[in-house]
Ligand binder design. Structure first.
Ligand code: NOJ
Length: 519
């Protein structure tokens, strides 16, 4: 099948941290547009941009106050149009983020709901309920917010509470109210009319809750830590069957437009099969493969995820996605141990991802070998930090070093530190420093993406996977990948070497992967 997204490499831009055009220390749309040639040269097919809509930024844009306008912090609607047009000129597709599970508490609907009476049509767009206990001072049920603490906030001293699976500034919408799907159908059309190529659907597994909002059973109920949500055994708030009706409606809307418009689901579900249900032929087009993110550095763990993922997706005619990093998890170089070892493993795991059928999602800065930064408490901004006292996700969101030898490393004009300070010692990791170095991580990514296009572009979906002594081998088309997750050197696979992630003369050292041409 020829749809572009089936084997695309998609680059995630975290808008606040990619490029700042006006020197306010926060990335913006004109900044992204100015750097699109860099992404074209890197060799990606598409760019996914995190939310840039009007928002008070309590969760950095995942709290939307107006779905059809750009926040002045990031630019204007004209800037968004210019970005899409320039991307298309360069042959890049644009995926924008859609946040349908909740609005911001600053959204006109929520303001109207608070101003209206209990039982009013304004309140019926959200999930307001009466509290428990004699004076209604207990939340309506025992659900916990993904960001820690109760998932309910009381409205003043009334007996009413509202549900928020995330921060209290992110009230959940009631998707059983027809006004809600109608509003989002308009939002989809608004951005499709502006020529975006697709949507990344935030919290795609959360829109519908079990109707009676019953208590959750199980240990997770007592958790006060950040939790991605969706993995608990009993989860009346996640992955309900009715959510799929929403995606059938969206599929039909996307299909009204030309150019293979698509949507990719952020759906944390318990099994690969329940995840694949989001990409049935009349639903969304892709879903992030979070089992891949969660797999440890291990040949058998990788083989296990591959062998579970491929048949589950094939059964619904879908194509898999391979994700190692994003703005919600530790960067994979850090997860795999950090330092030289972590970075070597990260490159190797990336080459493995790029071997597999389907598409790969890259997160900005991984092509520079960036690791998480230990952000000091006074600079932390993640709402989960304020709700749990745990460090949260700021460490993977530090602005990109483009050039120069001190902060802001060309991230924006001027000499001030950006919204999260960059560490000392990032000069050697900047784009400028790496692009003239043949052995850099950036040079590796560029070569890998070019070779993937050349050798795997038409290779089909068949793979054979095997593990021997901590070495995982994947054969696809004319290419064989071997990755050594063990602690002793292994034999190189037979064939003409195409690309290795580190020195591999005469053997495959630990923490190294290689592509050889076998066809
Ligand atoms: C998932 C997003 O990726 C994350 O950054 C956000 O905090 C939550 N959804 C809530 O919208």
């Amino acid at each position: 099948m020829s749809e572009w997204w089936r084997q695309a490499v998609v680059y995630q831009v975290y808008v606040r941290s990619f490029a700042d055009s006006d020197g306010d220390g926060v990335g913006d749309l004109p900044g992204i547009t100015s750097r699109l040639p860099y992404l074209r040269d890197l060799g990606v097919d598409a760019v996914w941009i995190t939310p840039f809509y009007r928002s008070p930024q309590h969760d950095h844009g995942y709290d939307v106050a107006d779905y059809v306008d750009v926040d002045p912090l990031f630019g204007t609607l004209a800037d968004a149009d210019a970005l899409v047009a320039r991307a298309h000129e360069l042959g890049l597709r644009v995926i924008v983020d859609l946040v349908p599970n909740h609005t911001s508490s600053d959204h006109a609907w929520f303001r109207a709901a608070l101003a209206a009476e209990p039982g009013s049509p304004e309140r019926a767009r959200y999930l307001f309920r009466t509290g428990r206990g004699a004076d209604a001072s207990e939340p309506p049920n025992n659900w916990r917010s993904v960001f820690g603490g109760p998932a309910w906030t009381r409205v003043g001293d009334t007996d009413q509470w509202y549900l928020h699976l995330f921060d209290s500034t992110q009230p959940d919408l009631d998707w059983r109210n027809p006004e809600v799907p109608a509003m989002f159908a308009d939002v989809l059309r608004f951005w499709l009319d502006r020529e975006v190529d697709g949507f990344r659907v935030d919290v795609a597994h959360g829109l519908l809750k079990e109707e009676d909002l019953r208590d959750q059973t199980g240990q997770e109920v007592s958790s006060d830590t950040f939790d991605v949500g969706g993995l608990a055994e009993d989860a009346p708030m996640w992955d309900q069957p009715e959510v799929h009706d929403v995606y059938r409606q969206w599929h039909a809307i996307l299909a009204e437009y030309d150019g293979d418009r698509m949507a990719v689901a952020e759906a944390w579900t318990r099994t690969v099969e329940s995840n694949a249900a989001y990409v049935r032929p009349d639903e969304l087009h892709q879903a992030f493969n979070f089992d891949w993110v969660m797999a440890p550095w291990s040949a058998t763990a990788y083989a296990d995820v591959i062998e579970r993922t491929l048949p589950a997706l094939a059964a619904v005619g879908g194509t898999p996605t391979w994700v190692l990093s994003n703005h919600d998890v530790q960067r994979h170089a850090t997860r795999y141990g950090g330092g030289a070892v972590g970075r070597a493993r990260a490159r190797a795991a990336t080459l493995l991802s790029l071997t597999l059928p389907g598409s790969a999602y890259l997160y900005q800065g991984e092509e520079l070998g960036l690791e998480d930064v230990d952000v000091t408490p006074e600079h932390r901004q993640d709402p989960s930090w304020f709700r749990t006292g745990e460090p949260g996700r700021d460490g993977c969101r530090v602005p990109i070093p483009w050039a120069g030898d001190r902060a802001p490393y060309g991230f924006g004009p001027g000499a001030a530190q950006p919204w999260i300070p960059q560490p000392e010692g990032w000069a050697a990791l900047s784009v400028e420093a790496q692009q003239s170095d043949d052995g850099s991580t950036l040079a590796f990514y560029r070569r890998a993406l070019a070779l993937r296009r050349e050798w795997l572009g038409g290779a089909g979906d068949e793979v054979s996977v095997s593990v021997h002594d901590d070495v995982l081998t994947v054969r696809r088309g004319d290419v064989t990948l071997a990755v050594n997750c063990g602690s002793v050197a292994a034999a190189l696979p037979a064939g003409e070497p195409l690309l290795a992630t580190g020195p591999a003369d005469g053997g495959l050292p630990p923490d190294t992967a290689i592509w050889v041409r076998t066809g």
